[in-house]
Design a protein around this ligand. Sequence first.
Ligand code: V47
Ligand code: SF4
Length: 384
Amino acid sequence: MILKPFNLAEVLKNSDLDKGLRAIAEKVQSNERLTDEEGVLLFEKGELGFVGALANLVAERLHGGKVYFNRNFHIEPTNVCVFTCNFCSYSRLYKHRDDGWELGMEQMLDIVRKYDGQPVTEVHIVGGVHPKMNLDFFCELLSKICAHRPDLHIKGFTAVELDYMIRKAKLSIEEGMKKLSDAGLQSLPGGGAEIFHPDVRNEICADKVDADGWLHIHETAHNLGMHSNATMLYGHIENYAHRIDHMSRLRALQDKTGGFNCFIPLKFRNGDNDMSHIAESTIIEDLRLYAISRIFMDNFRNLKAYWPMLGRQTAQLTLSFGVNDLDGTIDDTTKIYSMAGAEEQTPSLTTEQLCEMILAVGRIPVERDTLYNEIKVFNEGVLL
Ligand code: V47
Ligand code: SF4
């Protein structure tokens, strides 16, 4: 065992515990929703052991000891991007496209073909916003992937990519999303959310889709029967109230549509970007954030730690702080985090390695599909 979850009964024995925190613990025990003010209080005063014990209670109530992963691979069509997010280490402007990459249709289909005969269940497509890769190009890609591999779930395009390609095609968001859905798009990844609050958004990514635009695209997808994920880029210039504001807006949309599969906090990595002067958050702050997310986001069933960005050891630690999902095998194509200084230079884990990471902290590994249907429960000793 690397770290046993904190025990709530022990934590509550502390007679010095802040009154507000004790009231929060009572609410969480009786499954009541926290207010925004209570969320901020958790960030201000909740020590790691306290928030960890509560998050663990919530995670075990929802999932027993199960931790999910899937077998997926990524396609990153390009890192050429019309936007200039200050935290991004990955993108290149169109005028500097010779330093970047632009995959053609056949190159992307070759990536899909590489997995022929392998039991992958999902392809995750995400990249920069290329001014020449338009809606029709991506609809053709989706149809061709579907024709080649109809069993593969296609999760693709952040709301930022979608907003740009649909506006450029002069369609409404509803029309554009319908077109993509008809071509084979089944889910949206959670990227592009960053921090919704305009005081932060205008400082770190002023020129891309705003909070309302991001939320509208996800709501439209949900209304079309698609599911999606939601992210939050944390650990830079945002304060606790900005984090809670972000989570609160997501929680409100989830109340309305129920279409989010999971919440994914993304730790800001400071390698080689315009925010490199900002120190990265500590592991204790990372774990506190995961735990508080688990406690606050009461209508999100799943909380994901994205190991290529966090590093596999910290990701493993989050399993004792409310996390119940480790994303997937990923394979070696994703560059977003390695270019920002993450430890994983060519992220790839076998199913066996993922199972070992989960079993080592006393949890039960479960392979899932994109929609969290269980594919296989791995009992101890039965690894694949
Ligand atoms: O929106 C960019 C983030 C996101 C940095 O839905 C950075 O399953 C940290 O969408 N430090 C894109 N983060 C990635 C994404 C994603 C990733 C994992 C799982 C899923 C899912 C979606 O990457 C961007 C931005 O928030 N990002 N640069 C950086 N320096
Ligand atoms: Fe472009 Fe995405 Fe990087 Fe922003 S984060 S510059 S939208 S690739």
